[in-house]
Design a binder for this molecule. Structure first.
Ligand code: MG
Length: 413
């Protein structure tokens, strides 16, 4: 089978920059939709595509693809931590690797892969979005999801969480089939019926990709829109165009070359500027970076203890009965505090090594509130300055988050 490919990407009519990226290499196709302030989204989506570039399609199985996506994730997280301008950046990733008669897909986020097979359009990927999850649980309808005000909040993305679980699966692909990878700038502007209609066109995939992008712009172009169309063509003797081989077919790949884009990022004229639809990284990462939410339980509990001490002094001089009652209240407060204190963790240092502590950092009334529960494998001194900063921050974490952070510290540059 031969593969013909078309690709198109546009900033859209509302956004000032194009934060989408794509990768088109023989047998390897990807769309990534970046998010994050300043140029973060653009950097994240480019980094993800760059990481995928290392894959050799003929030697890529599910395990290898999963490992490459995990490595891309660590790279984006690491860059996001080391550069304040890029803090909190993330990206979706939808990648397709050609097999002999199938595509291996890897997917995180709300970009999509569709298959057009015998005139029928099938969405291959599940959106990792808040709205997508509500839809799968049957809490809202497809029509409600399409216009939901929070439809751009995604629940899984590269760069937002150290523990990332991509969807990995294989779909059969035959001559005559078309595979579509797109960012939500297409699927958010066009219905599946409209997408199917354009994808069915007998034109070359490049013309089809461009017509899909044009249609998204005509429908409002509210977001960056990126489209990769891959068509399976019966292998005709003598043609070398886009040949897929399970053996390392280096020459064919070189002929096709590699397209990483978009190249015209940000150079188009802005036709109109309005508020876009912001994307937010997952909540897990917010927790990891900032500890408990503002006004959380820690200060309340401490204030409660301090407040409880004051009435004791006054009451003891009056009546023992009241004092006993207060003691009970304080005991309840202390008990509640102790329960809370044993449920939080942070990463700090112990005898020069990074370590996981249970409890709050520091002491209260002369009592250390935390103790070491696990000692890591890397020394504090061996960490890069940006990682030392992260350790020194003593952010409050769950046990799982703390362990993941400890484990990852050893793998970051
Ligand atoms: Mg988008």
């Amino acid at each position: 089978m031969l593969l013909r490919v078309g690709v198109a990407s546009h900033r859209g009519l509302v956004r000032e920059t194009n934060e989408d990226s794509f990768l088109v290499k023989q047998g390897l196709y990807a769309v990534c939709d970046g998010m994050g302030g300043a140029r973060g989204g653009e950097v994240a989506s480019q980094m993800a595509c760059q990481a995928l570039l290392e894959l050799d399609p003929s030697e890529t199985d599910e395990k290898k693809l999963g490992e490459t996506i995990a490595a891309a994730n660590v790279a984006v997280v690491s860059r996001s931590l080391s550069d304040p301008q890029l803090a909190g950046m993330g990206t979706t990733l939808t990648v397709a690797v050609a097999r002999e008669d199938a595509f291996l897909l890897g997917h995180v986020g709300d970009s999509r892969a569709y298959l057009l097979h015998e005139g029928k359009l099938l969405q291959l990927t599940a959106d990792h979005s808040w709205v997508g999850e509500m839809l799968r649980r049957g809490e809202i309808t497809q029509a409600e999801a399409a216009v939901h005000p929070h439809r751009s909040i995604i629940t899984r993305a590269l760069g937002t969480d150290l523990e990332l679980e991509p969807d990995l699966f294989t779909v059969p692909f035959a001559p005559g089939d078309r595979l579509l990878l797109c960012s939500d700038g297409l699927s958010g502007m066009l219905s599946d019926e409209e997408i199917a209609e354009l994808l069915k066109s007998p034109d070359h995939p490049q013309a089809v990709a461009e017509s899909l992008v044009r249609a998204a712009l005509t429908a409002g172009g509210e977001d960056n829109v990126t489209v990769v169309v891959v068509q399976g063509v019966e292998d005709v003797a003598g043609s070398e165009e886009g040949r897929i081989s399970s053996a390392g077919d280096g020459d064919a790949r070189d002929e096709i070359g590699v397209l990483l884009g978009p190249r015209d990022r940000g150079e188009e004229q802005v036709e109109s500027v309005a508020a876009g639809r912001p994307k937010r990284p997952g909540l897990a990462w917010q927790r990891l970076r900032k500890g408990p939410p503002p006004g959380g339980r820690v200060p309340e509990t401490r204030a409660g203890l301090e407040a409880a001490k004051r009435p004791i002094r006054r009451l003891v001089t009056r009546r023992r009965v009241i004092a006993a009652a207060v003691v009970l209240v304080v005991a309840a407060l202390v008990g509640g505090f102790a329960a809370f204190n044993s449920s939080v963790y942070y990463v700090g240092t112990h005898e020069g090594m990074v370590a996981l502590y249970r409890g709050l950092p520091g002491s209260l009334l002369g009592i250390e509130l935390s103790s070491v529960v696990e000692i890591g494998t890397v020394s504090y001194d061996s960490l890069a300055p940006y990682l030392r900063e992260r350790v020194d921050a003593h952010d409050l974490l769950s046990k799982e988050e703390g362990r993941a952070f400890l484990k990852t510290l050893g793998t970051l540059p």
